[in-house]
Design a binder for this molecule. Structure first.
Ligand code: AMP
Ligand code: MG
Length: 487
């Protein structure tokens, strides 16, 4: 007799019920030989799911979408989007499904979603599938982002399907089970707006308010309040990306969330050396989504959201446009304030130091890092030691020029707090060469390095002797790093 009892998993269908025009009921494709590669036990527990049950046949059925609770309504979600600036009226979940919403024990409603679960009516020319490497990459990087305190979709599990997937070569297939505040995107609003059905657009906005900004519901300009809140959340999100050196790589409007979470870990990567022009994605030939462009792109994407929401903002069009412009313009000061406060923490500076001074000191430092080709993460981590009087680690990170000493000479008299800096300047990010190495081994069936990397990046502020290699900058002979969208 099995000791594993089925927990009372309830998968709500709020999105499917309230927004049926944006939801096509659909089924996952069967996985011929499903096998869990990684299971996020802390996240499972947070959701009220028993990890042992998830590892059993019924759990794997849930994680691959083949055995969902009887009253669940898995759907493929419709959305549009600007991809590299060009508008596509119909994108949608081509290889993904929203299984439903889980109410966790803390009372938070979260989407349970699958990626790589087979073709849907939105698949166009795609095969609906995903490969082991890219899904593990999403698992590792999204969990690293979460550990860094950056809002993000989470990965509950990656399950190998036993099916081969044809890319440049044949690869083992996988399904990712993803958890998110929601999967509402700027592109969801663009799609709803393009239908011409303002009542649908309004229901979508009400749904977004209910899920993410219930405080807006009580105001007399609730839709403008929603827009302002999304702008504020995205400004803070992108500031956090910039502070840790994260390059998203494919900031299309369909990959920009209403929840303010990072979504879609395709060609993303972290900076090694600090350089605002850094582009990793092989398809981003014009550098539209370069590291240094990310705040401007986020603002552009939010302008597309504001445009889509115009009919809800005010009945008089001129006033609606004014409200939209005001809301989007608030991005710049909100981004600046988040970034400066993050830099204040990274530099360990007390509140008495004026924000303007924090900003100019930080800008000057970033200029030096760029000029001297210094590793971003290792350098910021070394600043705690510099504050304690030891410049050794900063020298090893590449700050051996007289110019840095002049900068230290301006910063140290401000009495930076070394202990607090060590809590915000990570030792561990998912460094590109380590991610590649771990995924290459995983594709060959060896998950040891994936687990080791996860051990490092899910506890990013703690130095551990056996993980020293995971804290070191990339070898200098590595050459430029490239990521690929064909995931
Ligand atoms: P992404 O670049 O991952 O944000 O995806 C953009 C669009 O392409 C979305 O509509 C995806 O569902 C779709 N898509 C990406 N890969 C596939 C695939 N292998 N099969 C079907 N649709 C896909
Ligand atoms: Mg996407």
């Amino acid at each position: 007799m099995s000791t594993s009892t089925r927990p009372a998993l309830v998968l709500g269908g709020q999105f499917a019920a309230e927004l049926s025009e944006l939801a096509i009921p659909w089924q996952a494709e069967a996985a011929p030989d499903p096998r869990i590669l990684v299971l996020n036990e802390p996240l499972a527990t947070e959701l009220g799911l028993d990890p042992e049950w998830l590892r059993g046949a019924e759990g794997v059925g849930l994680l691959t979408g083949r055995s969902v609770p009887v009253d669940a309504t898995p759907v493929a979600q419709a959305y549009a989007g600007h991809q590299f600036g060009a508008y596509s009226p119909r994108l949608g979940d081509g290889r993904a499904l929203l299984l439903g919403e889980v109410l966790d024990p803390a009372g938070r409603r979260r989407d349970l979603h699958l990626k790589g679960s087979g073709r849907t009516p939105f698949a166009r020319a795609g095969d609906g599938l995903a490969a082991v490497g890219p899904m593990l990459r999403e698992h590792v990087v999204s969990e690293a982002m979460h550990a860094l305190g950056i809002p993000t979709t989470r990965s509950l599990a990656v399950v190998a399907t036993g099916r081969r997937v044809q890319r440049e070569r044949t690869l083992p297939g996988a399904v990712l089970a993803r958890v998110a505040g929601s999967h509402l995107r700027v592109g969801t609003f663009q799609f709803a707006r393009a239908t011409g059905d303002v009542a649908l657009l309004q229901r979508l906005a009400d749904h977004a308010i209910d899920r993410h900004h219930p405080e807006a519901a009580g105001t007399d300009d609730r839709y403008a309040a929603l827009l302002r809140a999304v702008v504020a959340d995205q400004a803070s999100l992108v500031a956090r990306w910039m502070l840790v050196g994260f390059v998203h790589g494919v900031m299309n409007t369909d990959n920009t969330t209403i929840s303010g979470e990072t979504i879609d870990y395709g060609p993303c990567a972290f900076l090694d050396r600090y350089d605002p022009a850094t582009v990793y994605s092989s398809i981003d030939t014009a550098g539209r989504y370069a590291y240094g462009n990310q705040p401007a792109v986020a603002r552009w994407n939010l302008a597309r959201l504001a445009e889509a929401m115009l009919p809800l903002l005010h009945e008089e069009q001129d006033r609606a446009v004014e409200l939209a412009v005001e809301a989007v313009d608030a991005f710049v000061p909100a981004y600046g304030a988040s970034w400066t406060s993050g830099m204040r923490a990274r530099l360990g500076l007390p509140e008495q130091v004026a924000s303007g001074d924090v900003g100019s000191l930080a800008e000057e430092l970033l200029g030096l890092l760029q000029e001297h080709r210094v590793d971003h993460t290792a350098f910021f981590r070394s600043l705690g030691a510099v504050a304690r009087g030891d410049t050794g680690a900063a020298r090893r990170a590449g700050a051996d020029e007289a110019a840095f000493d002049a900068w230290f000479g301006r910063w140290l008299p401000l009495r930076p707090d070394a202990a607090s800096m060590d809590l915000v300047n990570p030792v561990h990010i998912p460094r590109n060469h380590l991610v590649e190495e771990a995924l290459d081994a995983a594709v060959e069936g060896d998950l040891t390095l994936v687990h080791r990397l996860l051990e490092a990046v899910t506890d990013p502020y703690v130095e551990r002797p056996h993980l020293e290699r995971y804290a070191a900058p990339a070898p200098s002979d590595l050459g430029p790093y490239r990521t690929f969208c064909g995931t």
